[in-house]
Design a protein around this ligand. Structure first.
Ligand SMILES: [Zn+2]
Length: 147
């Protein structure tokens, strides 16, 4: 029998990359004209803030703090979400100043104002693939991620 190799695939292309040392970072855009930063990366070279066309791709550190969080108890409507419930969802302000919505690692439970870092973890399994996503966990957490 042929052995099918298990692959880790991102839930969506272009959200993050992993450096050679295994540390993941988020990919965004910055406007060279006004300095505004965006996540996720803008596909069009157009700044929604100043309407100039000087966007460059940047790396976010993946570190920040929790602005708000909530527990999601039920599967969101629409059928696009295939991960486990319940899960913790929140707004994280990255150190670069942009606020992003993201799942948060449930253990240990985070609180508002806490320092966090991104990790890449398995969201669900699909056929022979592990579908990966990024989440945020406590800055001092030992969770290294699986991807
Ligand atoms: Zn701009």
């Amino acid at each position: 029998m042929m052995k099918i190799e298990r692959k880790a695939i991102p839930v969506m292309e272009g959200l993050w990359k992993v450096e050679a040392d295994g540390k993941p970072y988020l990919i965004g855009s910055r406007c060279e004209a006004c300095g505004e930063v965006f996540f996720p990366r803008k596909k069009l070279n157009f700044c929604m803030q100043c309407h100039e066309e000087y966007l460059e791709e940047i790396q976010f550190s993946g570190e920040g703090r929790v602005l708000a969080l909530t527990k999601v108890e039920r599967q969101p409507a629409g059928g696009f979400y295939k991960g486990a419930v319940p899960y913790t969802y929140g707004i994280v302000q990255l150190d670069e100043g942009v606020n992003i919505c993201s799942q948060l690692v449930d253990d240990p439970v985070l609180s508002v104002g806490e320092r966090v870092k991104m990790v890449v973890v398995k969201l669900y399994e699909e056929e022979n693939n592990d579908v990966m996503t990024f989440k945020f966990t406590a800055e001092n957490s030992l969770v290294r991620g699986e991807g």
